[in-house]
Unconditional design. Structure first.
Length: 405
């Protein structure tokens, strides 16, 4: 069998393949086939590689999104060349399966990887959920909580994406260290307008954060008209066939401005927030545990209920500390929410400024930078008690074989 190898450690893999009697035609860098397929005039080396790809039977290529690209997959389809994606992470495997190509774990023997079978259908048909994280004006911790929720969902074995639909002050890219110059959520909105948004396209335009797929927000506030209510709603509907949990970070304002404008069909600054809330399966409402944060939340909560109707809400009290809420801070906050907002149950996340500042300085989520902080532990407890897995995840768990004797 004629094979082109484009994976890390290609020389070692080539020796194994040759020892098994296969004809290794070329060993190249992991991203070389993708670059050659994108531009066939990239020099003599690219031309030689394209010739060998056209003659080969199998391409073993890294499953990283920079190596396995739509142009490469399309070119291999034209040549009748079978692709085996060499995947080191679950996110790489999901991306490869969305293209319908065969996948092999990076710890699998390279000779055995040649027997991997192509995916017969996209692996992500989960009919997942949209979980919107909202909070009132100020800085109650919406973005931080959204990122930590995504990390906990991944830890729980769910396929997860993060989206920044904040049309006022998007911060997801800054908090996670993801570039805000990439396609992101606005690109998904443009593609859904052209009926081009699929699970494979969402994987392509997303940026990886560990095993979390991230759709960064707009990088300039003036771009907010791109996030129309219809577009946002359709993107979140498409994401149900992409991941189990789509965690959406939205802006605070809930006002509708139809009464103060004459163009009833014109764009609305808060349309992205209202559209995401209308499409949500669950809303996580964040309140800061201090007098100003509580007051703002109590005043805005009726507007939230009016925007989401019967959608379930889980209230998370963030930054809990006695210095701002008094002695027995949790009891004080609980009584306030019950008396003035009719909320009889809430969950608490403690204030850990040292871990929060360190994570922000390093542009990494706390579940990666400070996993021993009490904040990830509180999020874990909240997810376990308040957010049950979607049916697709629950059924996968039931089918999973028991470990141990």
């Amino acid at each position: 069998m004629r094979v082109v190898v484009a994976i890390p450690g290609g020389d070692r893999a080539a020796r194994r393949l040759r020892g098994a009697g296969h004809d290794v035609r070329m060993i190249v860098a992991a991203e070389a086939p993708a670059r050659a397929a994108a531009d066939a005039l990239a020099g003599g080396a690219a031309a030689d590689l394209l010739v060998e790809l056209a003659r080969a039977d199998v391409l073993i290529v890294s499953g990283a999104r920079s190596s396995l690209t739509p142009p490469l997959v399309a070119a291999c389809d034209r040549w009748g060349l079978r692709i085996v994606a060499w995947c080191a992470r679950d996110s790489e495997r999901r991306g490869a399966e969305s293209f319908g190509v065969a996948t092999a774990a990076a710890d699998l023997d390279v000779v055995a990887a040649l027997d991997a079978q192509p995916a017969t259908r996209p692996a992500v048909r989960s009919q997942g959920r949209s979980i919107v994280v909202w909070g009132p004006a100020g800085s109650p911790g919406r973005t931080t909580l959204a990122v930590e929720l995504a990390g906990e969902f991944v830890r729980d074995g769910r396929r997860v994406a993060l989206a920044d639909a904040d049309s006022h002050a998007p911060a997801l890219a800054l908090v996670t260290g993801i570039t805000d110059e990439g396609p992101g959520f606005a690109a998904a909105c443009r593609r859904v307008d052209r009926d081009e948004l699929t699970a494979a396209e969402l994987t392509r335009i997303a940026e990886p954060l560990g095993d979390v797929e991230v759709l960064a927000g707009i990088n300039r506030p003036s771009r907010w008209p791109e996030l129309s209510e219809a577009r946002v709603t359709r993107v979140l509907a498409a994401a149900r066939d992409w991941v189990d949990e789509m965690v959406v970070d939205v802006a605070a304002p809930l006002e509708r401005d139809e009464e103060i404008v004459s163009d009833l069909d014109g764009p609305r600054r808060n349309a992205a927030t209202l559209g995401a809330l209308a499409a949500a399966d669950l809303v996580v409402a964040v309140v800061a545990a201090d007098p100003v944060g509580l007051s703002r939340f109590v005043r805005a909560y009726p507007d939230l209920r009016a925007a989401i109707g019967s959608t379930e809400v889980r209230v998370v009290v963030n930054k809990v500390r006695a210095s701002a809420a008094g002695i027995d801070a949790r009891a004080q906050v609980r009584r306030t929410l019950e008396r003035y907002a009719g909320i009889d149950r809430c969950w608490f996340v403690p204030w850990d400024p040292r871990a929060t500042d360190a994570a922000l300085l390093s542009a990494r989520p706390m579940w990666l930078h400070a996993p021993r902080s009490p904040i990830p532990a509180a999020i874990r407890r909240f997810v376990g008690e308040a957010i049950v897995p979607p049916p697709a995840v629950a059924s996968r768990r039931r089918r999973a074989p028991a470990s141990g004797p």
